[in-house]
Design a protein around this ligand. Structure first.
Ligand code: FA5
Length: 361
């Protein structure tokens, strides 16, 4: 092939490549076109291999022509390749809305906060704003702190109120958060504003509103000139804020040996809105916040000067409050690992057999 014929052939190959590229829409086809043109045995590749067969005085000219053609063809193949890849990304974006498949994945948190924890944090934030300290106490408690220091002597019939899990070491699983009242008085003295969220344990017959393991928040305020009025106002603020609506309260007398007078503050049941359901035992009310003025004997046991100070205490049923806030009809789902909604109490796992180690005298 003389030089003119060679140049003619190169022009034809460039035209063939340009024509082929207009019909090609995928990466593999571009790559196979590249092989068929620029590969060793390809239409241009074989011309490049044949440069050595030209007389020495023509080789420079031939070499320049074929290499220039190779550069141009390679550039047009690469341009088409880039175009096809960009078209593919645009098409994927159009299919998936704003989804960009080229972005790296974002790690997402697993699980979520338990409803009781969520309400506990809310209650803690509210009380912190009111100047209360958040304290903790042990779940395994001495008999003294759980009962005696709270004016519940061993012989006192009030012990029957708290069916208790007694431990081999003579301690108890605390039946309420009230022992931390005593601990806090000894630790901080008066004046004192403290709340104590925590888990409590009772040997209970389980039903929609009773668990053997549940949460309370103890509240204790000791200062000068404290009255039941302060307590009821605080209860109203607390329940209204947590429930995010105006909550109807019912205040009635209640008996607890560690307060005098004692009261029960109930809220209208959020599950049935007061019309009656198994959660509120068809009364329309939920026992949520028993409370009262701290008994002088409890203040004395905590080394508080009863001539100077009075105080109020309450024991908020935190688990029940979480049920009211989130519309949870059965308390047992909160300790269950079954995420499906409860359809019947038999789903909860049958009777729980716990034995009482020691019956208080
Ligand atoms: C007490 O435990 C007292 N310590 C509360 C108290 C503190 C009174 C300070 C006065 C001054 P009670 O046994 O009523 O009281 O329990 C308090 C709240 O805990 C109840 O209103 C209820 O909301 C919740 N509660 C009690 N037993 C259970 C249970 N088995 N399951 C779920 N919640 C319960």
């Amino acid at each position: 092939m003389n030089l003119d014929q060679l140049n003619q052939r190169i022009t034809e190959i460039q035209a063939e490549v340009a024509a082929a590229l207009t019909d090609i829409n995928n990466v593999d086809a571009v790559r196979s076109l590249e092989t068929s043109v620029l590969g060793k045995k390809g239409s241009l590749g074989s011309l490049i291999t044949g440069v050595k067969d030209y007389p020495p005085d023509q080789r420079g000219q031939v070499g320049k022509s074929v290499n220039r053609a190779k550069t141009l063809i390679k550039a047009s193949l690469d341009e088409r390749l880039t175009q096809i890849q960009s078209d593919q990304v645009t098409a994927a974006n159009a299919l998936a809305g704003d989804f960009d498949p080229t972005l790296p994945g974002q790690p997402r948190p697993l699980g979520s906060v338990h409803p009781v924890t969520a309400v506990q944090w809310e209650v803690e934030r509210l009380f912190e704003r009111l100047g209360f300290t958040v304290e903790a106490g042990p779940e395994m408690e001495t008999e003294h702190n759980n009962f005696e220091a709270l004016n519940i002597p061993a012989s006192h019939p009030a012990r029957d109120m708290h069916d208790t899990f007694w431990l081999d070491n003579g301690k108890v699983l605390r039946t309420h958060t009230s022992p931390v009242q005593h601990r806090s008085m000894l630790k901080f003295g008066a004046p004192l504003r403290v709340i104590v969220p925590g888990r409590c344990f009772r040997y209970e017959t389980l039903d929609a509103s009773h668990e053997n393991t549940f949460h309370q928040v103890e509240g204790l305020l000791i200062d000068r000139d404290i009255s039941l009025g302060n307590l009821i106002a605080l209860a109203k603020t607390l329940l209204t804020e947590v429930m995010n609506r105006d909550v109807e309260l019912r205040v009635r007398p209640g008996y607890f040996p560690f307060v005098e007078p004692g009261i029960e503050i109930d809220m209208n049941c959020a599950i049935c809105e007061g019309s009656g359901c198994p959660t509120c035992k068809h009364s329309g009310w939920i026992e949520i916040l028993p409370a009262g003025m701290v008994h002088p004997k409890v203040l004395e046991a905590g080394n508080i000067d009863t001539d100077k100070y009075t105080g109020f205490a309450f024991g908020l049923g935190l688990t029940r409050l979480a049920m009211m806030k989130y519309g949870i009809k059965d308390i047992r789902v909160l300790n269950s690992g079954d995420l499906r909604p409860i359809t019947s109490p038999t789903r909860i796992g049958g009777p729980i057999v716990w034995s009482r180690r020691k019956t208080p005298a």
